[in-house]
Design a protein around this ligand. Sequence first.
Ligand SMILES: [Zn+2]
Ligand SMILES: [Zn+2]
Length: 163
Amino acid sequence: MKQTGSDTIAKVEALFKSYMKEEGLRCTQERLSVLREMYGSSTHLDADELFVRLRKKGVAISRATVYHTLDLLFRFNLVTKIDLGHKHTHYEKSWGVTNHLHIICLKCGHVSEATSCELPELMETLCVGHGYSLGSFSLQLFGECADKEACARRISNKHKEKT
Ligand SMILES: [Zn+2]
Ligand SMILES: [Zn+2]
């Protein structure tokens, strides 16, 4: 996933504000900070990680607001939900981001992003065939690292982080 430029963030903020207005919701600084953090990051985040990041930056936000805002962003098509094989959902920015799929190692949890020009076409065909128009897509493939050494290293690094 590419790093997002400030012009993209400005556009996404304008979209978010107009959607919020349509729904009669107040566009608070806390809600905007969730959007900015998602678009300022180039990784997949879960709600808790996002919450911790924002608190570290001094944003006075509650966990509930983070969850609620992510739900709104998802409904407005500004973030996608992805299942990386954990129990909780990960979120990723989606506006202006090339549709891609994730390949996830079931052992170490390493995530790679892949795209192919045939992919959107295929998804489009499938969608249209079932009577839909394609918005965005999020695809996950689960497997195991072919590089067993690198995989083992990642697993031991994770254990170190926890202790
Ligand atoms: Zn991704
Ligand atoms: Zn692995």
